[in-house]
Design a protein around this ligand. Structure first.
Ligand code: GLN
Length: 280
């Protein structure tokens, strides 16, 4: 059996389970087993496969059949053109979140700022920001100790570890510090809607990274309220939010002395991020 046969075999198994990305997934999983990039794999499709490799591949295909996301199977996800370590303790970074990073980099290019990332997870937002803002530094916090461990690895991997500190704590326990920017992709799914999420999300991604409580706004409100205390005047609060939360979150921001600067829409035209400034 060679590489091509095995890709076909895996792809057919996944196709039978109605997994749309069956071919791509099969290629990625085989690359992972053979420790090659997908490109290296595809230029040499006639390579012979050892029994152990066949068994390892089969095992990964079976995990995928159960709807486990590829990112967790290979412990890696690309974000902002960088490879981030992920595991079951961290949310898988989403392309929508890159919009937040992109817009913040436009605002702060060549500036020297201090950033706080609330609910840093894999650290994808903070690590990406600091890799583009070489004069800036930041703190990432998360209530999950295991997520912090992954975030730390990612900071090292992308060589920003000297400018980042990760802390295992909730935003409510942050005192005596002032930031230029507070960024957060908080849990924002309405607890009533968790049951409607895709199996791959519901069964595998950490619930605490998703569940935003009542209306999905519990954590967002907490962050806005505390942001007033730990942002400098004219500091910015950049939040990722859920579908249909824009109006309610905007009201909450205004009530807490924030001026909305930017609504960022995602690829489906939903307002996905709000950037605001603390005015007094
Ligand atoms: N900040 C991380 C991300 O954007 C984790 C977010 C979260 O766990 N809610 O992917």
């Amino acid at each position: 059996m060679n590489t091509l046969d095995l890709i076909n075999l895996g792809s057919n198994k996944l196709k039978k389970q109605k997994i749309n990305t069956h071919r791509l997934d099969s290629e990625i999983l085989l690359s992972n087993v053979l420790k090659k990039t997908r490109e290296q794999l595809l230029v040499k499709l006639n390579q012979n496969i050892k029994k152990t490799q066949f068994l390892a591949f089969n095992n990964l295909i079976n995990r995928r059949i159960l709807k486990e996301p590829i990112a967790y199977i290979i412990n890696e996800k690309e974000f902002w053109s960088k490879k981030f370590k992920v595991d079951k303790n961290t949310l898988i970074p989403r392309p929508e979140t890159e919009l937040l990073v992109e817009n913040l980099i436009k605002i702060y290019k060549n500036k020297k700022i201090s950033v706080l990332d609330v609910g840093t997870g894999s650290g994808c937002i903070l690590v990406s920001l600091l890799s583009e803002l070489p004069n800036s530094k930041g703190i990432g916090i998360d209530i999950s100790k295991n997520a912090i461990k992954i975030a730390q690895k990612n900071a090292f991997l992308h060589n920003v570890q000297t400018r980042i500190k990760f802390l295992n704590k909730s935003i409510i326990y942050l005192f005596n510090c002032k930031f230029d920017l507070l960024v957060s992709n908080p849990p924002y799914i309405d607890k009533k809607n968790i049951k409607n999420l895709d199996d791959g999300i519901k069964k595998y991604e950490p619930l605490i990274a998703l569940n935003g409580g009542n209306d999905g706004l519990d954590v967002i409100k907490k962050v806005i309220y505390k942001a007033k205390e730990i942002l400098k005047i004219n500091g910015k609060l950049a939040l990722e939010i859920g579908n249909n939360q824009s109006l309610k979150v905007s009201k909450e921001l205004k009530r807490n002395n924030f001026k909305i600067e930017q609504h960022i829409r995602d690829y489906k035209e939903n307002t996905r991020c709000l950037i605001s400034t603390l005015i007094k």
